[in-house]
Write a new protein. Structure first.
Length: 318
């Protein structure tokens, strides 16, 4: 059964009517069921298009967090052949919030690193809802070191509300681990492509997204803090999350205008969760296109361009 968001209630009502008509016995009804279903489907499609053509920043935040949205594992399963996961940071423990390993992406051997939120309650608890601890970011650093040593491109998939804020994580050096991960991203001499596939929250996201090419799905978000967190600081209440979402400029469209990201990947009508395979393929096509361009550069050029890219952010108009 499809999960509808709050702002999709009119669409949900139409979907319910369509489902009800389909269960009617066509032989015992005086109404032409097929015609009625067709009319309602056309109406629902029109309403869906109208709704998604004018989503607010808060509504996009809801879509980015949709529980049925494809996660890191879905992208790896469809895009990466012969994926071999690698575990542990060789220092403290394995962090299931970050998945990483070796595989082949459309003929290229690559290292893949991504944040996994989980698809049900059991897997969400296992993956800590995609919120990594220090050992997760240290594992990412280890994998990027390996990629650099063996000259393998790195693909990162970002989907996290932020780094885990627990006491244990802070005691083990959460901020230092994130900073080292950003430093590692800036230092490697291989192509680094990052895609925000859902929620890109704070330093927990940029630790994997300091890349040569930063891509975002159409209805994903990327911000320095969550709307709820921002509202709790500015207004002392999470009730102002909608206003905070607008002020944060966290949508892909906002960030493209600000030149923070390089490309927006269109999603199927109604969001990535409505046609997962189509959306994953579209992202794969974009990654392949960027990878081909980056492979033309040598290691020193890749690192220099990556550093310049981030140093120049915010300079426009100054």
């Amino acid at each position: 059964m499809q999960n509808f968001l709050d702002f999709e209630k009119p669409i949900a009502e139409l979907a319910g009517k369509i489902e009800g008509l389909r269960h009617l016995d066509d032989q015992s009804s005086d109404v032409n069921i097929a015609d009625e279903v067709s009319k309602l489907e056309a109406k629902a499609d029109k309403l869906l298009r109208q709704t998604y053509a004018k989503l607010s920043s808060w509504q996009k935040t809801q879509v980015a967090r949709h529980p049925d949205r494809p996660h890191c594992k879905d992208y790896i399963s469809q895009l990466i052949e012969d994926f071999t996961p690698l575990a542990g940071d060789r220092n403290f423990a394995e962090d299931y919030a970050i998945i990483g390993g070796l595989g082949r992406f459309r003929g290229h051997s690559v290292v893949v690193i991504g944040q996994e939120k989980g698809a049900d309650m059991h897997s969400r608890v296992k993956h800590n809802f995609g919120m990594a601890r220090p050992e997760g970011y240290r594992k990412a650093q280890r994998l990027m070191d390996m990629a650099d040593r063996f000259n393998l491109p790195v693909i990162t998939l970002v989907d996290t509300a932020g780094a885990y804020p627990g006491v244990g994580a802070e005691e083990r050096g959460q901020s230092e681990a994130i900073a080292r991960s950003i430093e590692k991203c800036l230092g490697i001499k291989v192509p680094l492509i990052s895609a925000v596939i859902g929620e890109g929250g704070s330093g927990g996201a940029i630790a994997l997204a300091t890349a040569n090419s930063v891509l975002m799905l159409e209805h994903s978000i990327y911000s320095v803090i969550s709307p709820e967190g921002c509202a709790s600081i500015l207004w002392r209440s999470g009730d102002q999350a909608k206003e905070a979402a607008e002020a944060l400029k966290l949508t892909a469209q906002d960030l493209e205008k600000l030149e923070v990201i390089d490309e927006i990947i269109p999603e199927p009508l109604g969001g990535a969760h409505r046609a997962k395979h189509t959306c994953i393929k579209a992202l794969g096509d974009s990654i392949e296109r960027h990878l081909k361009e980056l492979l033309k550069l040598n290691g020193a050029e890749l690192r220099q361009k990556r550093r310049e890219k981030f140093l120049e952010m915010g300079q426009k108009g100054l």
